[in-house]
Design a protein. Structure first.
Length: 217
């Protein structure tokens, strides 16, 4: 690894982390395969859940797919070493969290500082933090009487839903809305927003903070 690099250069090599169905991963993958993001490629997919749909999507597209969980290792250090070895082996220089339900190890966050993205189904900093995921977020939005919600793509740091906001897109909260209805509309927005952020980063239109990160091509 070259830790002298200060920004992404050359091809953007994306490692995707997910725990569930993988619809946001599919949206990004489709954008890449359709030629909308020629400067980026998916180099590997990792999940803490062996039966996660995101792994099957990766396998269907002949992408390296790994089930990797802390429970598989005797120590946190061994787990982090394996994570980093996989990322190094695939020359990843950007991590995209797509429904990943675990807090990343601080060592990994430090190593990929300003190069880890997450998407959250609300307009951060509202309705974020520990325990705010899935339908809980939309239920909280409705309880609060908000007139709008949306999705946020942000950088990942050591706290839940706390890093720098990169881009947001709003959706209205409709009269008589249900959490399920709001969730469906927000998910549609997520599928537009996440590939767009990746596209802007890959094209150099969205400049991430300088950080000691790997530069791979």
């Amino acid at each position: 690894m070259n830790f002298r690099a200060k920004a992404l250069t050359g091809m953007v090599n994306i490692a995707v982390f997910g725990s569930g169905h993988g619809s946001n991963f599919q949206a990004i993958l489709t954008a890449i395969e359709n030629g909308r993001i020629p400067e980026a490629r998916i180099v590997c997919v990792l999940s803490n859940n062996s039966s996660a749909g995101i792994l099957q999507i990766a396998r269907d597209h002949a992408l390296p797919a790994y089930h990797l969980s802390r429970q598989q290792f005797a120590t946190e250090e061994a787990f982090v070493e394996r994570l980093c070895a996989l990322l190094d082996g695939h020359r990843a220089n950007l991590i995209v969290l797509a429904g990943y339900m675990k807090l990343l190890p601080p060592e990994l966050i430090a190593r990929f500082r300003s190069r880890i993205l997450n998407i959250h189904p609300a307009l951060l900093p509202k309705f974020g933090g520990e325990g705010m995921y899935g339908m809980r977020v939309h239920e909280a939005v409705l309880r609060a009487g908000e007139s709008e919600s949306g999705a946020t793509v942000h950088l990942v740091d050591e706290l839940y839903d706390h890093g720098t906001i990169l881009l947001q897109k709003k959706v209205p909260v409709l009269p008589g809305d249900t959490a399920e209805g709001l969730a469906a509309r927000v998910l549609d927005v997520e599928h537009e927003l996440y590939p767009e952020v990746v596209r802007r980063i890959a094209r150099g239109e969205l400049i991430l903070p300088a950080s000691e990160v790997p530069a791979h091509s």
